[in-house]
Each structure stands twice: as structure tokens, then as C-alpha cells.
Design a protein around this ligand. Structure first.
Ligand SMILES: [Zn+2]
Length: 315
């Protein structure tokens, strides 16, 4: 039996609602799929075997919600029958998907080459999907929810209300780059691929981007400010603080200087949208700056080296 979930993105509240088996869960936009991409379930599984921990709990962490939905039943069945070899195959499948998604995301948002040809993110996304023969899969069904309010309980929508989407729906939207359509759709997704495609299309529609958190290094959607550096996940350093809160408590100084220059360059690109020199300068700067910052944080380069580079790069 196929897994069926209903999903709705709330434009105003930056939330997403996922209903599965009549249970509804609310997330900040983007976290379920982006958490899926970086959840290292295979390593956790091996660690659990080594330390004889309860294997049933593999998909019970906050970043494995989609693993549980799309792979949980199979996993439990295999576990019960003690088919450990097949579990490994299942975890390999998950890993392959994660690698595919992170490649698509990285090429779309973090890769600097070909920027003249693939200036827009959606063009890069389509390019890389074609290159890797990854089909952009549209969800099979949807219901227009324009007239319904934002608190709509999507678990109450029965499957008969859902309409089959026009076969060409996403193809049309994608090929015409006609993404600014009405907001209110509830989709039913049968596979994680459908959910991923839907998520990416929503990103382009809303002019969001995907960033990497400067603290935990995981993907996130900085929906309020495209230049936000930190995500809202629990920080790896302190359990009672998010990455954003943790970073704001860290000593300022060089990171602050980095941020200032970042903002300056970012604002310049934003003010001069047609100026490719500024844009390229910013992209190139960002790439080097991020590498140096990470080296600086790890202690590979000294304060002085990082500071000198920052000051020079701002001239
Ligand atoms: Zn983070």
C-alpha cells in the first residue's frame, strides 16, 4: 500500500501542515524535508546495533519524521522478521535519496559555475534534474484551498474532495516559469519524491532560498530574511538554545565583521539586480569567506589571517 500524506504550505505564517493517518503536525516551513536530507540514519542504525539499543526507535527523532512516514512501516516489518540485510538495503535507499536531494539543492543554491546560463535558481534546478535524470514528480491530487482560512484542519478533508491534478500541472508551471500562482493548495503526496518536488517548486514560487546554517551546518529556509545565517533548530552545543540564540550569545568580533561585509555586499546586489559584476563578486566572496570562516572556527587559520582577508575583501 502506498503512503499518502496531505500537505499544505501556509504562506503567511511560514508553516507547513502535514497530515498522515489523520494526525496533523505543524512545522516551520522546510524543516521536514531538509531534516530528512541530513539525517544520518545509517550511522545511527549501526551505532544502535553496536550498543544494542532499541532499534524500533530509529525513526523517532525529530529529524526523521519523513523517514517514519515513508519508510517506517517497511522498517518495522523487516525488523520484526529480523531481515537485517533488507534493512541495510532500505537504509541504502534512504541514503541514495538523501544524496540525490542534497546534490540537487547544492547545485541549485550553492554552486557557482555556469551562473551566466543558469542565473535563476529554478533554471539551475531544472538543469540539474535533467542532467541526473531525476524526474520532477508532481503530487497526484490537490484541492484548491483559497477560500479556506489558514487554520483549516486539513485532516478533515476526505480523499474524495481531492481532485486529480492536470497531468501537465507542474510541467506547465515549470516550463513557463509561471510560478506566482495562487497560494491555497492542499496536496496529497504518495512518495517522498513528490513531496520534495512540491517543496522545491514552492521555494521558487515564493522566492525563498535554501541556506546552510553557520552553526550546525544543516539546510534551512531563511524565510523572513534571505541573509539569515542561523537556523531555528536546537543547537548542537546547548539543548535549551536554538542555533540562532546560541550564535547571538557568542563573542562578536570577526564573525560580526564578516556579517557586516556580507550584509553590505548582499544589499548592493539587491539594490542593483541587473548588475552581474556585483552579483558575481558577492558569490565569489561568499564562497571564499565561508571556507575561511569555517577554517577560522576550526582553528586552521589564525584570527589575523581571517581579519586581514576580510578587511582586504571589503576594499
Ligand atoms: Zn543550525
Amino acid at each position: 500500500m502506498k503512503t499518502l500524506i496531505k500537505v499544505r504550505y501556509d504562506k503567511l505564517k511560514y508553516k507547513e501542515y502535514i497530515t498522515y493517518n489523520e494526525y496533523k503536525k505543524t512545522f516551520d516551513f522546510g524543516y521536514p524535508i531538509l531534516d530528512f536530507v541530513t539525517a544520518n540514519v545509517k550511522e545511527r542504525y549501526n551505532n544502535m546495533i553496536d550498543s544494542s539499543k532499541e532499534l524500533e526507535n530509529l525513526f523517532e527523532t525529530s529529524d526523521t519524521y519523513l523517514c517514519k512516514i515513508f519508510y517506517g512501516d517497511d522498517y518495522k516489518r523487516l525488523l520484526k522478521d529480523e531481515k537485517h540485510l533488507n534493512i541495510k538495503i532500505l537504509l541504502d535507499d534512504i541514503e541514495k535519496k538523501q544524496m540525490m536531494y542534497s546534490t540537487l539543492i547544492n547545485f541549485t543554491f550553492f554552486y557557482n559555475a555556469d551562473k551566466y546560463f543558469y542565473d535563476r535558481w529554478i533554471d539551475r534546478f531544472i538543469f540539474i534534474c535533467n542532467k541526473l535524470s531525476y524526474p520532477i514528480k508532481q503530487p497526484s491530487f490537490s484541492i484548491i484551498a483559497e477560500s479556506l482560512d489558514n487554520n483549516l484542519n486539513i485532516s478533515n478533508i476526505d480523499d474524495n474532495t481531492l481532485k486529480s491534478l492536470d497531468d501537465e500541472f507542474l510541467n506547465y508551471k515549470v516550463s513557463n516559469r509561471n510560478l506566482n500562482t495562487s497560494e491555497g493548495f492542499i496536496y496529497s503526496c504518495e512518495s517522498i519524491d513528490e513531496l520534495f518536488s512540491l517543496f522545491m517548486i514552492t521555494i521558487f514560487e515564493r522566492h525563498y532560498i535554501i541556506s546552510k546554517c553557520q552553526n550546525c551546518n544543516k539546510y534551512f529556509v531563511p524565510f523572513k530574511k534571505n541573509d539569515a545565517l542561523y537556523c531555528d533548530r536546537i543547537s548542537p552545543q546547548k539543548e535549551n538554545k536554538t542555533c540562532k540564540e546560541y550564535a547571538s550569545k557568542q563573542p562578536k568580533g570577526l564573525i560580526e565583521l564578516y556579517r557586516k561585509i556580507y550584509m553590505k555586499k548582499f544589499a548592493r546586489v539587491n539594490r542593483n539586480k541587473d548588475n552581474f559584476t556585483y552579483k558575481n563578486d558577492f558569490e565569489t566572496w561568499k564562497e571564499t569567506a565561508e571556507k575561511l570562516k569555517s577554517d577560522y572556527k576550526k582553528g586552521i587559520i589564525s584570527d589575523e589571517t581571517f581579519e586581514k582577508w576580510l578587511i582586504d575583501s571589503d576594499k
